[in-house]
Design a protein around this ligand. Structure first.
Ligand code: NAP
Ligand code: FER
Length: 336
């Protein structure tokens, strides 16, 4: 029997910060699966910063979202009908047909998950794409080790909170920035050694106080002025892990880069960008290290969960403005 599914479509390309009218809620009939196909009913859909970039009409590694089409993004759900030999009815799968209640798929790019190992939502957060980003950034790109001083911006977010803890677990001293008193309190609970609210204290001044000897690794989630100030605080031969630049995702024009970029030369810095999607070979190592620590509580995580597919735009807009602590998710259907 065909399934009715509500979905969020891109109504208009946002100019600057997205607003609710850039999105529309619509309904679609999902047909029964044909040969090789399956139908998924989603439990959680993810709202991620990179989706803002795909709303612009610029090509990157994937084409931009199309106006009038449902948005794609990370999601986890259950196979409710299947004519696909890899995924049987009842299986739980992580896939990229998010921002809708149900979807028809040919099974490509899907990954089965065991919902008895950890709460289902973690497959989109600490044990999914964002946790993996933190792992690759800290371990492979940043090469963080004992004795390093590490600065993480966006430290109370999905990636940042895990990056900060992974750095500490590797013996680093960690300074983290975030945008509210509640977030700073949580970071202190996580054991982050120095915290500051970037809305109240300029990063340059905070780093002078919290890392007077300078920083060895900067895990950059934010870009902009924060990057410029971090460059100024880098120690000789430090590493900058260029993970994201969220302070610029709503920009309507090209913005100047750090004015002190020449410090990369004089301090012999290494600045390396990365995209988590290029590092799938590291997923088993990531899970082997992080999953037991999530299970035994030595690595903590939080989720901010909004209910209802119709509230996905609100969750996304909120995430860009800092409404989330940890990973922002939308619950759109029943779990296991
Ligand atoms: P998140 O940190 O959970 O949520 C975004 C956070 O950004 C907000 O909660 C807000 O927290 C902060 N923020 C918004 N505007 C800001 C500004 N102007 N200055 C400073 N902070 C600002 O999101 P996430 O999924 O973990 O992503 C974090 C970063 O990692 C993003 O840059 C994202 O693009 C990047 N990322 C990269 C990859 C990759 O493969 N390279 C993969 C995933 C994510 P505050 O309250 O602290 O402002
Ligand atoms: C992100 C920001 C940007 C991200 C991916 C990108 C997976 C990729 C952008 C591009 O290729 O243009 O947070 O996360």
């Amino acid at each position: 029997m065909p399934t009715l599914s509500r979905e969020i479509r891109l109504a208009a390309r946002p100019r600057g910060a997205p607003t609710p009218s850039d999105f529309e809620l619509a309904e679609r009939e999902i047909p029964d699966p044909g040969e090789g196909e399956l139908v998924i009913r989603n439990a959680f859909v993810s709202v991620d910063p990179y989706m803002r970039n795909r709303m612009n009409d610029v090509k990157s590694y994937v084409p931009p979202f199309a106006i009038g089409e449902p948005l794609t993004g990370g999601a986890v759900g259950q196979v409710v009908a299947s004519r696909n030999e890899r995924f049987a009815e009842g299986a739980w799968v992580v896939h990229d047909l998010g921002w809708r209640e149900a979807a028809l798929s040919d099974g490509k790019g899907m990954r089965a998950v065991d919902p008895t190992l950890a709460p289902l939502s973690t497959t989109l957060g600490v044990l999914g794409m964002t946790g993996m980003t933190a792992f690759v950034g800290i371990v492979d790109i940043g090469d963080v080790h004992d004795g390093d001083t590490v600065f993480v911006s966006g430290a109370a977010g999905a990636v940042g909170s895990i990056a900060a803890q992974l750095a500490r677990l590797r013996g680093a001293r960690v300074v983290g920035s975030a945008g509210s008193a509640e977030k700073l309190e949580w970071l202190r609970e996580l054991g982050v050694d120095g915290v500051f609210d970037y809305r109240e204290t300029r990063t340059r001044d905070a780093l002078r106080e919290l890392a007077p000897e300078g920083i060895d690794v900067y895990f950059d989630n934010v870009g902009g002025d924060t990057l410029e100030d971090a460059l100024g605080a880098m120690r000789l031969r430090g590493r900058i892990v260029a993970c994201g630049s969220i302070s610029r995702y709503n920009a309507t024009e090209a913005l100047p880069g750090p004015r002190n970029l020449f410090l990369v030369v004089t301090k012999r810095l290494r600045m390396q960008g990365f995209l988590v999607f290029d590092h799938n070979d590291r997923f088993p190592a990531f899970l082997a290290e992080v999953a037991p620590r999530v299970a035994d509580g030595t690595l903590r995580h939080r989720e901010t969960i909004v209910d209802g597919i119709e509230r996905t735009p609100e969750a996304f807009i909120g995430m860009l403005e800092g409404a989330n602590v940890g990973k922002m998710l939308v619950r759109v259907g029943p779990g296991p």
